[in-house]
Write a protein that binds this ligand. Structure first.
Ligand code: GLN
Length: 244
């Protein structure tokens, strides 16, 4: 199917609160990689007090504990509709603090537990040290198979049965610095600690997410025309295997 005239609806959840290290760059990448292929994007920024209508793809960025506290209750009020969207095949990408709220809860240091929306069977507890630095992850579902980014979190995330990790950490700490895994996937819900922002340096992951969202909307696999990713691949290679 020719991607000209196709449509995709993308929602950016709580950008005024959760946009650490320019995580907004992920949304810009998704929108541009659609538009460069003639796919028109209906784009909505959802902030506190806004309704959340149905979308093909939802993005939520990271933030410090305070910003997570500001958002958690509001996000939780949309839990049922977002679980229904998940079960309808919608794609979600959550980065760090946003990822943590995709699970059942995030327990910060010496503060009340933040309820998550249970899009995936996972939970997070604040650890004693902060993981900061570059991360390289080896995946089993992307080509090339590496994902690169930057982590800065004290939260330790543990995955339940049936939740796959995005991949195995080859540089950095990932979910908890113990089990060797980074990120998570359940159905079309993806979470990761990789800031950077992530997608400009990992364009094939962006295209993977776009393909899933198009398949959800049109009910069939749609091949995406390759783009000239020379700069993106250079940016990717400049980080692979580097710790700091
Ligand atoms: N506040 C959370 C933590 O420290 C998430 C941080 C982030 O989004 N970078 O683990």
């Amino acid at each position: 199917m020719n991607t000209n005239k196709l449509k995709l609806s993308i929602a950016h959840l709580y950008p005024k609160h959760l946009n650490l290290y320019g995580d907004r760059g992920n949304v810009i990448t998704l929108v541009k990689r659609c538009e460069w292929r003639g796919i028109s994007v209906e784009f909505d920024e959802i902030n506190i007090g806004d309704e959340i209508e149905g979308h093909d793809l939802y993005f939520i960025g990271g933030g410090q504990d305070k910003q997570q506290e500001d958002v958690a209750q509001e996000l939780y009020s949309h839990k049922d509709e977002l679980i229904a969207q998940r079960d309808d095949g919608a794609v979600f990408l959550g980065i760090c603090g946003g990822y943590q709220l995709f699970g059942h809860y995030y327990q910060p240091h010496d503060k009340d537990r933040l309820q998550g929306i249970s899009l995936m069977d996972a939970y997070t507890v604040a650890g004693d040290k902060r993981f900061i630095g570059n991360v390289t992850v080896k995946t089993n579902f992307l080509t090339p198979n590496t994902l690169v980014g930057f982590e800065n979190h004290s939260g330790l995330t543990y995955l339940g049965e049936g939740v796959e990790a995005l991949g195995v950490v080859s540089v950095g700490n990932g979910n908890n610095g113990k089990d060797g895994f980074e990120g998570a996937r359940f159905k079309n819900v993806f979470g990761t600690y990789l800031h950077g922002s992530l997608l400009p340096k990992n364009p094939y992951f962006a295209d993977y997410l776009i393909s899933l969202a198009l398949e959800k909307r049109y009910g069939e696999k749609i091949n995406l025309e390759p783009l000239d990713d020379t700069f993106e691949q250079e940016a990717h290679k400049s980080v692979v295997g580097k710790a700091y």
